[in-house]
Design a protein around this ligand. Structure first.
Ligand SMILES: NC(=O)c1ccc[n+]([C@@H]2O[C@H](COP(=O)([O-])OP(=O)(O)OC[C@H]3O[C@@H](n4cnc5c(N)ncnc54)[C@H](O)[C@@H]3O)[C@@H](O)[C@H]2O)c1
Ligand SMILES: O=C(O)CC[C@@H](O)C(=O)O
Length: 394
């Protein structure tokens, strides 16, 4: 079987796809006929997914561009690439902190307005540069909201640069907690970040809690002269509040990865065009991770790095594996087992893991008779609690 992958958008690293191998064809069919999409930040919220679509690989971290609940109900497994671009974002954030505290944007603008001979410019520079005198990050306090793949890296490197680091993450993963330097102080109140930090950076997904977190209520707690950064998601920032707190002298510099006309022509604001994860290394990492997850899922039914289904890793040693995406309701597993038993098939292995409203069931069968497998598949397809049935032959 050849699996058809469709890349959506034009930013997919082709080298990252080369490892997929002969059983995968890239961009050979229409979106309608594809088994899987591989995408970056394209918005799928108004998209109508075809019944042929089994999976979406997001070559990046954030997945708010994908209607995940809709995918679950249609039996589409969504994968992302956790950590694949974390170093890229971390480097840009550290650069932007220094960029902001050294007033490089207004300084560069002022310099480009100085005309004449090099000697004349030199004279003007020595006279005027004091207006752009900045401050150093060493010894200052950085407050980090979200200590995941990116936030934990920012925390460790900021500490190495001599900063005092405080971090807020009520949902921190155990692996991340182990990776973070013991010098990083965890705070349990979000207000501690806004009250204590000289630099504030956010590295969370966009959620109900984080939408508008950069807004007047939290900004009112900040110290004067703070540098604020948002390289996570646009909707975290209330733009009018940023302008208000720049104008009242609280925010010295605001750096963001998300463009808005409100932010243009502002000396205290520096905007990058969603470049956080845009490095050659990150693109390759993320494409590789998403492509490998798709490959594994399509070829073996195993799930790793999915955002809507649990991790399921199980070696296939039987002639047939049937994978089911089913509603996470009582008795489904018993019904599945009963249908298998009706066909006089022996179950070699069964794994059932639920996540929210749906569950993933992996059924390895001690049966080589294709007709019996087909009959069982028909039964599964007719079951109202099962939304997706796939057969994988060893
Ligand atoms: N600018 C870019 O190009 C770019 C690139 C990568 C990621 N991102 C954004 O950055 C986000 C973080 O990326 P990551 O790779 O570190 O993800 P991650 O999943 O590894 O980490 C996110 C962290 O945020 C924490 N969190 C969730 N809700 C929180 C809350 N209300 N308060 C505090 N912490 C909270 C989680 O517990 C987790 O530790 C992504 O979701 C994405 O939106 C942007
Ligand atoms: O694909 C991109 O360039 C953006 C990536 C970034 O927003 C992410 O969440 O990983």
């Amino acid at each position: 079987m050849v699996y058809q992958i469709k890349t959506i958008g034009n930013n997919i690293d082709q080298k990252g796809l080369s490892e997929l191998g002969d059983q995968f064809a890239i961009d050979q069919v229409t979106e309608e006929k594809a088994h899987a999409f591989l995408c970056r930040a394209q918005n799928f919220h108004t998209y109508k997914f075809s019944e042929n679509l089994l999976a979406i690989g997001r070559a990046g971290a954030g997945f708010n561009n994908i209607p995940v609940e809709q995918c679950s109900s249609q039996g589409i497994v969504v994968f992302n690439a956790p950590g694949g671009n974390a170093n890229a974002v971390k480097e840009l954030v550290l650069a932007m902190m220094i960029f902001g505290s050294r007033n490089l944007k207004p300084a560069n603008k002022w310099l480009s307005e100085q005309l004449g001979s090099d000697q004349a410019i030199d004279l003007a520079v020595e006279k005027g540069k004091k207006a752009f005198s900045g401050s150093e990050i060493a010894g200052k306090t950085i407050g980090i909201i979200g200590l995941g793949n990116i936030g934990s890296r920012v925390a460790n490197d900021a500490e190495k640069l001599g900063m005092k680091v405080i971090g807020y993450d009520p949902y921190i993963a155990v692996e991340r907690a182990w990776e973070i330097s013991s010098h990083v102080k965890r705070v349990t109140q979000l207000s501690d970040i806004f009250e204590q930090a000289d630099y504030i950076t956010i590295h969370t997904p966009l959620t109900k809690e984080t939408r508008g977190m950069y807004g007047a209520e939290n900004f009112a707690k900040m110290k004067k002269g703070v540098v604020v950064l948002n390289f996570a998601r646009d909707e975290i920032t209330d733009k009018d509040a940023v302008l208000e707190y720049i104008n009242n002298g609280t925010i010295q510099h605001f750096a963001t990865d998300f463009g808005s006309e409100k932010f243009y022509h502002q000396d205290a604001i520096f905007v990058t065009p969603h470049l956080g994860g845009s490095t050659a290394e990150a693109s390759l990492n993320c494409t590789r991770m998403a492509a490998n997850s798709l490959k594994r899922y399509l070829m073996t039914g195993e799930i790793i790095n999915s955002v809507n289904f649990p991790r399921v890793v199980q070696e296939l040693n039987s002639p047939y594996r049937i994978t089911l995406i089913n509603k996470n309701v009582p008795n489904v597993v018993a019904n599945i087992a009963a249908l298998v038993s009706e066909q006089s098939i022996n179950i070699a292995n069964i794994v059932n893991r639920g996540q929210g409203e749906f569950a993933y069931t992996l059924l390895d069968l001690d049966e080589s008779n294709a007709d019996k497998i087909d009959a069982l598949v028909d039964q599964f397809k007719a079951n109202e609690n099962i939304v997706r049935v796939r057969v994988i032959q060893r």
